[in-house]
Design a protein around this ligand. Sequence first.
Ligand code: COA
Length: 172
Amino acid sequence: MKMKNLKLVDPTPDLEADFCEMAAEWREAGENKFKDCFSDFALYVKSLAKQKEAKELLPNRVPGSTYWLVTDDLRIVGTSRLRHWLVPHLEKEGGHIGYDIRPSERKKGYGIAILSLTLAKARGLGLKEVIVTCDSDNVGSLLITEKNGGQHISTAVSDRTGKQVNRYKIVL
Ligand SMILES: CC(C)(COP(=O)(O)OP(=O)(O)OC[C@H]1O[C@@H](n2cnc3c(N)ncnc32)[C@H](O)[C@@H]1OP(=O)(O)O)[C@@H](O)C(=O)NCCC(=O)NCCS
């Protein structure tokens, strides 16, 4: 497939309609990332911007940047989150980067692209390497990590699900 031009953008209220369509797709797929679309979308976007700040952090929380992967026709095909540093529970599971591709756009290479573009943002923050973790039964995520230079460092057992989690290092 020829991939459309892609950009990783900061969340913006301008893309509310498409974001809400994507959230509906996730709900229909049983991936309840958002219970409903947001009654005040602009406030939601502001709350994401606030998460980048390092002040007034709750214990065990770290600042994080959220990005949306957008095609040149302004369709959001996925979201990613980049944690600016890690605390012990994230070292074990969660790592620096998480991402999701909308169900109707999967298996088109967007997963590989969103991790690659988020790694570039991590480089921009000055990170020299990142930890990425994947459930060991998540074949897509394992392939995406390996295709982005992931080196397997260990396997942990999730405190949350009891499942095996593969931990990777990616040198930037
Ligand atoms: C995992 C996920 C991000 C994959 O996104 P995607 O856009 O389909 O991934 P890509 O199209 O870039 O696929 C990358 C590779 O994985 C393979 N792949 C993707 N999903 C797969 C699946 N469910 N089973 C087997 N292989 C899969 C693709 O065929 C491709 O392999 P290839 O390059 O050898 O052809 C997507 O399914 C998703 O959002 N899942 C829910 C959230 C999640 O698991 N996030 C990752 C953990 S942080």
